[in-house]
Design a binder for this molecule. Structure first.
Ligand code: AMP
Length: 283
């Protein structure tokens, strides 16, 4: 298995994509921040089913980290990432530098309303601006036909869909299911921060959210279901709950009974913040 070709300049990226286009090939993109795991690889497998060629970007995007967040300690392991990309036959890795993405004088930010309101934004107020700005840049640089994003970051997926709709970016956004370990913990590059004891607590997050979603489906009032989930997370060993909320799946407006719903949560284990979400089952 050979590693994908690696390019770090927009010019080289565009040259490769236009060669593919000339050959009539469809191009998919999977944006990542690297430290790849099975969750990322699942997106690339989906991308390869949807298009003949797949570009994976690896870029730890400073614009989506607040000054207090883990930008400096975020895991960076390009050689290992390229080995993993070889196993799923990604065609091209795009690894721009921070200086190339945000040269001196860079002054544009994209702010998306709608689904970005609340949830993550209440705790990371500039996060989605950073995400929308980098995703718009990546799409304009690579001009993919489609792009795959994980439901693991459910609000981000909704924000990216809104971004493309609102700015007429001609990129089909494909949502991909969350990949979990055998205990239900959503795979995440940040799981590497967890020690053994924290990992045992983290593994209860998904079951607690699924219980809340089942309770909602069974008719429990949403304040009771999400309140109980918050208490269960604290009892399990999480130190701080940022939110546990039920929202409508498509718009992320507050959930109304008989509408497709999602329970979303963010909670802290020591210095690590974990997020997860589950679908409200239909009964
Ligand atoms: P990140 O590198 O964390 O920015 O994630 C890059 C992409 O991988 C995003 O679309 C994430 O939603 C997706 N992703 C991260 N973890 C998972 C997972 N466990 N299952 C599916 N997709 C994931």
């Amino acid at each position: 298995m050979s590693r994908p070709e690696v390019v770090d300049s927009v010019a080289a990226l565009r040259a490769q994509v236009s060669d593919w286009r000339r050959d009539g090939l469809r191009v998919a993109m999977v944006p990542t921040m690297g430290a790849l795991h099975e969750g990322h690889l699942s997106l690339i497998r989906i991308a390869r089913e949807k298009a003949e060629r797949c570009v994976v970007s690896i870029f730890v995007n400073p614009a989506q980290f607040a000054p207090s967040e883990d930008l400096d300690k975020y895991p960076r392991q390009l050689a290992r990432d390229l080995d993993l990309l070889a196993t799923v036959k990604a065609d091209l890795a795009f690894t721009p530098t921070v200086g190339a993405m945000y040269p001196a004088g860079f002054a544009t930010r994209i702010s998306v309303g709608g689904p970005s309101a609340g949830l993550e934004s209440d705790f990371r107020p500039t996060f989605f601006e950073g995400v929308a700005t980098v995703v718009a840049k990546l799409f304009l640089q690579a001009t993919p036909d489609c792009a795959v994003f994980g439901e693991k970051d459910y609000q981000q997926l909704c924000v990216v869909r809104q971004l493309c709709r609102d700015l007429d970016l001609p990129v089909e956004i494909i949502g991909a299911p969350t990949i979990r370990d055998a205990h239900g913990l959503a795979m995440s590059s940040r799981n590497a921060y967890l020690d053994e004891a924290e990992l045992a607590v983290a593994r209860q997050l998904n079951a607690i959210l699924r219980r809340a979603a089942a309770a909602l489906a069974a008719g429990t009032h949403q304040d009771d279901a999400t309140g109980e989930a918050g208490r269960a997370l604290i009892a399990a060993g999480f130190q701080k709950i940022d939110y546990v909320e039920a929202r409508e799946s498509l718009t992320l407006a507050p959930w109304r009974r008989d509408h497709a719903g999602r329970v979303l949560a963010a909670a802290w284990l020591g210095k690590t913040r974990l997020i997860d979400n589950v679908e409200v089952p239909t009964v």
